[in-house]
Design a binder for this molecule. Structure first.
Ligand code: ADP
Length: 180
């Protein structure tokens, strides 16, 4: 684990592990626009939270089938998770930097804005879009860390929970460049 303190901003921390076991006020789910579960971290969060989570997601109104368009965020309780809340956001399916970067930035930013609006203090993120959505890992780490660095006001801690040693190392190198 590594921790970067920032004046008047959330500390940014990096850990390797499983986000479903993290007890921050909210964990962020890398969901899809339909918001009714899926594979990867989304599937793991739904399994750990229990069936009430999908029921709560179903109550979020859908517009043309989408409960959460890419770059936006929604919040539900965490049910059986250690975290009280789940912020569902949707990153881009990677196309190219010009198209995808603004959507990934927006996914992080919308999640942080929602946490702040709800008075939450600590938030944990997975590596959004770095699984089946195919975002290049180093570029994604740069977007994640710069966005959280700029938008961490009124929060105590923004934690990145990276599932593999390889992903943790990518984040750690980019963080060292940005904060070290
Ligand atoms: P996306 O569709 O946004 O690419 P994925 O769930 O496929 O989302 O992958 C996002 C990242 O989450 C990947 O790096 C994947 O290894 C990671 N991941 C999968 N399960 C977990 C988990 N339980 N905790 C934290 N990260 C996870």
């Amino acid at each position: 684990m590594v921790r970067y303190e920032q004046a008047n901003r959330a500390a940014i921390t990096l850990t390797k592990g499983d986000i479903t076991r993290v007890d921050t006020d909210a964990i962020v789910n890398a969901a899809n626009a339909v918001m009714l579960g899926g594979g990867g971290v989304d599937g793991a969060i739904h399994r750990a939270a229990g069936p009430e989570l999908v029921a709560a997601c179903r109550e979020v109104p859908a517009v043309e089938g989408k409960r959460c368009p890419p770059g936006e965020a929604q919040i539900t309780p965490g049910f059986n998770l250690p975290a009280r809340w789940v912020i569902h956001t949707v990153g881009p399916i990677y196309q190219d930097e010009e198209t995808s970067e603004p959507v990934l930035t927006s996914a992080y930013r919308a999640s942080l804005d929602l946490a702040r609006e709800r008075g939450l203090r600590t938030v944990a993120f997975p590596a959004i879009s770095c699984g089946v959505f195919g975002y290049p890992h180093e570029d994604a780490a740069y977007v994640a860390l710069t966005t959280c660095k700029e938008h961490g006001h009124d929060l105590e801690e923004i934690r990145f929970v990276l599932f593999s040693a390889a992903m943790y190392n990518v984040w750690a190198e980019v963080a060292d460049d940005l904060f070290g």
